[in-house]
Ligand binder design. Structure first.
Ligand SMILES: *Cc1c(COP(=O)(O)O)cnc(C)c1O
Length: 412
């Protein structure tokens, strides 16, 4: 076999192969669920012990100062920054993606009083749409409305009536990736601030927010950034805009001097103004360890591997699964794809359950999408080969019939 197409050989040549060992993954499991929840880093156990025994358990309330707990949101932001091509002072960890999106949309919509439309791509993850809907509802009295567009119409709907717009970098269903630079420029040409959601790209796809002129973004901590279940999200605001934005959620941690206990709100300079309440230290500590797994990773290698994993998956699916009616839903061209491969099949739900039962973790989104996250830090080329082979065997045997009616719960 051509060594460039042989998965075992590709693993041997993989410059990121050693990173897999940083994670606590069950033996024998093929984990293609990193687009939903990253696995725990091995350092997490010792970190939790240190935090509970030494910091919290010994220093108690004094640990806020002694252990610099209040700096964690910025420290984590500084670790995310190089992964997204931003300055260390342009990213901060806080709250959830939902809340962070609300904060940015809210801060931006009031800056464009002559424009009444909040624009969102309806292909976006539903919570993004719900938050935009809630904001528009709150501002109904001042004539603000929400407009949803089909993904392909998003760009042409940008216009002079749009106050703020939001879109996902990578579509959570199809894995299709938008062009950060081109779309940001198109929005800017219409005077529309654009808030990107990087939930399905940060940590899996190389990006250059600064170089591509991106002004505003939010992203998720628990997917490809390995921050742990329910990890806080993050916000990015290009430096030049930070001090002119006022978060609509004015909590004390975003105050210029929270410990003055002033009766009037004054926003902190820079990104701290996007904090709201007391930061969740246990979650942030886990998030910090999740981000440590990226230490020493070259972004070009990360992107190169996620492209190669996706290309391999697409090629094997075309060669081995097409005859069973499995159709790729993600773009075949790596330049248009995130780190996720999506396949369509009318029995997708049952197929994913059958795969899970055989130690291959992927997930299902209705009506017919099977999703496989190809996180470059721990997914091997052989995992892709074995996952496709497992799916082929299930289809050959039609074993999935017995699983067809089983129900299961869905997670983000
Ligand atoms: C996962 C995901 C979220 C999650 O939002 P939370 O508020 O952190 O639960 C939001 N948006 C997108 C696009 C996502 O993929």
């Amino acid at each position: 076999m051509d060594p460039k197409r042989d998965p075992a050989e590709m693993d041997r040549r993989d410059p990121l192969a050693r990173f897999r060992d940083l994670f606590d993954l069950p033996e024998g499991l093929i984990y293609l669920g990193g687009h939903s929840l990253g696995p725990p880093p091995r350092t997490m156990r010792a970190r939790a012990e240190r935090l509970i025994d030494r910091e919290w358990g010994t220093d108690l309330v004094a640990a806020w100062n002694r252990s610099d707990w209040l700096e964690l949101p910025e420290r984590i932001g500084a670790r995310i920054a190089p992964l997204v091509g931003a300055g260390a002072d342009e990213v901060i960890a806080a709250d959830s993606v939902s809340l962070n999106l609300f904060k940015l949309l809210g801060a931006l919509v009031v800056k464009a009083p002559g424009r009444g439309v909040v624009l969102a791509d309806e292909g976006n993850f539903p919570t993004d749409l719900y938050m935009a809907q809630g904001l528009a509802h709150l501002l109904e009295g001042s004539g603000t409305t929400l407009r949803l567009t089909a993904p392909e119409d998003f760009e042409s709907t940008l216009g002079s009536e749009v106050a703020v717009a939001t879109v996902s970098h990578v579509d959570f269903r199809t894995g299709r990736r938008r062009d950060l630079r081109a779309l940001t420029a198109a929005a800017r040409a219409c005077g529309v601030p654009l808030v990107w959601d990087l939930s399905h790209s940060a940590g899996a796809v190389a990006m250059r927010l600064n170089a591509d002129g991106v002004e505003y973004a939010v992203g998720c901590g628990y997917k490809y950034l390995n921050g742990g279940p329910g990890a806080p999200g993050f916000l990015y605001v290009a430096r030049e805009f930070q001090d002119s934005l006022e978060s609509p959620l004015t909590g004390w941690m975003g105050h210029a001097s929270p410990f003055d206990f002033d009766t009037r709100y004054r926003p902190a300079p820079g990104m701290r103004r996007f904090l709201t309440g007391t930061p969740p230290i246990l979650s942030l500590a886990a998030f910090e360890d999740g981000l440590r797994t990226f230490e020493g990773v070259k972004m070009a290698e990360l992107r190169g591997k996620s492209e190669a994993l996706g290309d391999l998956f697409h090629r094997l699916a075309a060669e081995r699964l097409a005859e069973f009616g499995v159709i790729p839903a993600s773009p075949a061209d790596a330049g248009e794809r995130g780190a996720q491969v999506s396949l369509r099949h009318p029995e997708g739900d049952a197929l994913v359950q059958a795969l899970n039962a055989r130690g291959v973790v992927g997930d299902f989104r209705g009506p017919d999408l099977m999703r496989f996250g190809l996180a470059p830090l721990y997914v091997r080329y052989m995992d892709v080969w074995n996952a496709v082979e497992a799916l082929r065997l299930i289809l050959v045997n039609e074993e999935h019939r017995e699983d067809r009616f089983r129900r299961r719960r869905r997670v983000p």
